[in-house]
Write a protein that binds this ligand. Structure first.
Ligand code: AMP
Ligand code: ZN
Ligand code: FE
Ligand code: FE
Length: 283
């Protein structure tokens, strides 16, 4: 293949994608991908099914995760690739995040149910039960006919400033990067420029993250602003960081399509070289 398509950020129904890991692998094949990373929020529960589904297809699967972290009150997502899924600290921290996601979602629905005809049972019916979030609340609102789409829910009722939002527990971005690196993984900041001209982290924090083991920045992502990308490109050059591009595919849960952004083979090689938890697997 002249230009192997490499997409390093995709969600399954283990978190808030709408397709099972098996369906995600089929979609990756249909999109003509050479390599896909399965990166559910705060969970590795989809890994085994993804590998089974890819067996014999020639598709390369990178096992990963998108870890929820925070920098003060800001939400920062850290992609972790090829880490040891049995690392005790990472297992404990992701369990804590998922537990708090559950409590937080139930509390949000409690507030919502005062104003809308929606119940906690509605939301549970929309979730795969592993890592729950606002997208599942959105799906319940859609099912009840209160909004038409997930995006409409996020733009209004479920918005950060929509009146019902509650945060969930998450480690600091520095601790998150350390957790992934200590588990043998390669950490990459996901969509680091989604907030106007400002990146979600500043350069001083970036330097600390690099010291803690940060490997790269996901610059090719539809939610990064142009101004933010320019800053990130300068940082990547200055600190010799790996630059990735990815779709952040969620099936029908988001408009993002597989391979709408891709990562170069050289960048993937550097990620693989930086990791020592589990191996890439070509089915
Ligand atoms: P939460 O982590 O529960 O606060 O929910 C945030 C997640 O919802 C993000 O990680 C995205 O994957 C997803 N999300 C954010 N905005 C949208 C949107 N407009 N439509 C669908 N999903 C979204
Ligand atoms: Zn998501
Ligand atoms: Fe994200
Ligand atoms: Fe994502």
């Amino acid at each position: 293949m002249a230009h192997p398509l490499i997409d390093l950020h995709a969600h399954s129904s283990v978190s808030d994608g709408t397709e099972t890991p098996t369906q995600l692998i089929r979609a990756a094949l249909e999109a003509g991908l050479d390599t896909i990373a399965i990166t559910d929020h705060d969970s590795t529960a989809g890994w085994d099914e993804a590998l089974t589904a890819a067996a014999g297809t020639g598709l390369q699967v990178i096992r990963g995760m998108e870890l929820s972290t925070r920098d003060e009150w800001r939400s920062v997502h850290v992609l972790g690739y090829l880490f040891n899924p049995n690392d005790g600290d990472l297992v404990a921290e992701t369990a804590r995040i998922r537990d708090d996601r559950l409590t937080r979602a139930e509390r949000m629905v409690g507030r919502l149910s005062e104003d809308f005809d929606v119940t906690w049972e509605d939301v549970l019916a929309q979730s795969g039960g592993v890592s729950i979030g606002r997208p599942h609340i959105a799906d319940a609102l859609v099912a009840r006919g209160i909004v038409r789409t997930r995006s409409e829910a996020f733009a209004s009722i479920l918005h950060f400033r929509g009146g019902y939002y509650l945060p969930h527990a998450a480690p600091t971005v520095l601790d998150g990067v350390r957790l992934i690196a200590n588990a043998g993984g390669a950490p990459v900041i996901a969509h680091p420029a989604t907030r106007g001209a400002d990146a979600v982290i500043d350069e001083r924090m970036l330097v600390q993250l690099i010291d803690a083991g940060l490997v790269g920045l996901e610059i090719g992502h539809r939610e990064n602003t142009d101004a933010g990308r320019a800053t990130l490109e300068r940082w990547a050059e200055r600190y010799d960081l790996v630059v990735t591009g990815s779709s952040d595919y969620h099936g029908e849960g988001k408009p993002n399509r597989l391979a709408e952004n891709t990562t170069s083979p050289d960048a993937l090689e550097r990620i693989i070289a930086a990791a020592r938890g589990v191996e890439p697997v070509r089915g």
